[in-house]
Design a protein around this ligand. Structure first.
Ligand SMILES: Nc1ncnc2c1ncn2[C@@H]1O[C@H](COP(=O)(O)OP(=O)(O)OP(=O)(O)O)[C@@H](O)[C@H]1O
Ligand SMILES: [Mg+2]
Length: 220
């Protein structure tokens, strides 16, 4: 199973949703690989930033890399959880990104890819090939406008924001014609856990509650 998390506007909570989804799946006993196309996953999980090559280098290297080259990039991030770090500059290689999606889909584990918030041909090729492509969206008019022109078709939306915002779940579903699969509240406790590098140790309960249903369907 390949899950892609992406957004059309910076700072939407994409990395937090991707990291938390990976952590929840791992905590429920699934073997999980989190692939970082955007660069913040190690910091969000509270693990040291790997200095060496990463998925960007695998993409840039082309087909000639050895079969286990992707596996050799993995770093352990906890029980049942491994990360493929971002590496250097993400190349514009959509055909190679499709090969990445194929390799991840063929892996026995669940893969969660942080595709970032600045869509590129490469990241959108992965999102388009994912079994579950999640658009992470703040419930704001400007984000919604951009989502209407998104460069890939998501399978569903994860809404991240204050419940009192004038744009609610049903407005977003009506405008985009997509299901809101999870609504993550915007809470200081979540930001504090990320800032302290503690997300990987103990997921804040509002985040866990919000993503539990989504994670159960992925794991089923
Ligand atoms: N649900 C939330 N409640 C409170 N703060 C949050 C929440 N989700 C994310 N944040 C905070 O907002 C900031 C941006 O989150 P995050 O890095 O996940 O967004 P992003 O969409 O991945 O951003 P980028 O465009 O940099 O990739 C972080 O400081 C994070 O701690
Ligand atoms: Mg991010």
């Amino acid at each position: 199973m390949l899950v892609a998390c992406w957004s059309v506007k910076g700072g939407s909570g994409t990395t937090v949703v991707a990291a938390a989804t990976g952590l929840l799946l791992a905590a429920s006993g699934h073997d999980v690989l989190v692939v970082d196309l955007a660069g913040d996953i190690p910091a969000a999980l509270g693990i040291p930033q790997p200095g060496g090559p990463g998925v960007a280098d695998w993409l840039a290297a082309g087909r000639d890399v050895e079969g286990d080259a992707l596996a050799r990039l993995e770093v352990e991030a906890g029980p049942h959880l491994a990360v493929v770090p971002a590496g250097r500059h993400l190349p514009d290689e959509p055909a190679r990104a499709e090969q990445l999606a194929e390799a991840l889909a063929a892996d026995g584990r669940v893969s969660v890819v942080d595709c970032g918030s600045a869509p590129t041909n490469t990241s959108m090729a992965v999102a388009s090939a994912a079994g579950l492509s999640l658009l992470v969206l703040r419930p704001c008019y400007l984000a919604l406008r951009r989502a209407l022109q998104a460069p890939a078709d998501p399978s569903a939306v994860v809404l991240v924001g204050e419940p009192q915002r004038s744009l609610g779940k049903s407005d977003v579903e009506d405008v985009l014609g997509l299901e809101v699969r999870a609504a993550v509240p915007w809470r200081p406790a979540i930001a504090t856990a990320v800032d302290a590098g503690l997300l990987g140790r103990r997921l804040p309960s509002p985040l866990e509650r919000a993503l539990r249903g989504l994670v159960e369907t992925v794991a089923a």
